[in-house]
Design a protein around this ligand. Structure first.
Ligand code: SF4
Length: 278
């Protein structure tokens, strides 16, 4: 399943990533619980959705200006619809699996993405069922509730209030694995998106005051009747946190000043605002 790590990935975390984190810990001022002091304290009284803070589609951040100041709506292409369907499918499959409803069927809202939805559903359900049965067999005296919460230790689409850090009042992290303390972000593209995990980790730290050092970006792609998954497991280090703060402040300034930042030299061919800007 997209949020289960394999043996090699666990070894990488235990023998490579965690020792590096211990040797080079995150500075205290860059922990989310220090949201009330610089540099984490928001400079402007502006709340932005996480996807706009982390979006790197537009080099000048004109997408932020168009969305928040001009209230424009972009055009959704197939890729955006596919991304939404995959997110919804993974979350719903895990919710059904936690109810031990392993025979549930996916909801197909958009026929153009039906094959992808079925693949993601079957894969997620099979992995959850396997993990549940394995845990149940290994812990015959554990309660059913205990087996469910240890074999599927995922808060999916977990709603959080990001306002302490200048984010929207309600944001949803794709998944937080509370046993391994890893924050996940799912992408249906090959773009690197470590800013998202950094943002979610900071919000978790601001609310629950626990350190979140490891992020994992899960990239899912589809070709004909196959889907493939790659994972980018990373340390949410000082550089990544500082980069997220810079993006938040740069974009909050655009909204506060209501200034159009203009277009970059080159526009992203997949930008949803091409109908507005070009
Ligand atoms: S179309 Fe170009 S200028 Fe407009 S938001 Fe997209 S990347 Fe930016």
């Amino acid at each position: 399943m997209v949020y289960y790590l394999n043996e090699v990935e666990h070894k990488y975390i235990v023998l490579n990533l965690r020792p590096r984190i211990r040797a080079n810990p995150v500075p205290e001022e860059l922990r989310g619980w220090n949201w009330h002091s610089p540099p984490l304290k928001p400079y402007y009284d502006i709340k932005l959705p996480m996807y706009l803070i982390c979006s790197t589609y537009c080099k000048t951040a004109r997408d932020v200006y168009l969305t928040v100041v001009e209230k424009k709506k972009g055009e959704e292409d197939l890729n955006i619809r596919l991304g939404r369907a995959v997110h919804e499918t993974v979350a719903r499959a895990i919710r059904e699996a936690k109810k031990l409803n392993f025979n549930a069927k996916p909801e197909i809202k958009d026929e153009a993405v039906e094959d992808a939805v079925n693949m993601v559903w079957d894969y997620t359900m099979a992995a959850c069922k396997s993990a549940f049965l394995k845990a149940k067999a290994e812990q015959p005296y554990a309660s059913e509730e205990d087996v469910i919460s240890t074999s599927m230790p995922f808060l999916v689409e977990h709603r959080m209030d990001g306002s302490l850090l200048g984010c929207s009042g309600i944001i949803a992290v794709d998944c937080y694995d509370y046993l391994h303390n890893i924050v996940f972000d799912v992408k249906v593209s090959s773009t690197s998106a470590r800013l998202y995990t950094a943002g979610y980790a900071l919000v978790i730290e601001s609310l629950y005051e626990i350190p979140v050092d490891i992020g994992c970006t899960v990239s899912i792609s589809f070709r004909e009747d196959r889907m493939s998954i790659t994972k980018d497991i990373h340390f949410i280090d000082a550089n990544l946190r500082s980069w997220w703060i810079e993006e938040r402040d740069k974009k909050a300034e655009i909204v506060y000043e209501q200034t159009d930042p203009g277009k970059p030299d080159e526009c992203n061919p997949r930008c949803m605002f091409r109908n507005v800007c070009l």
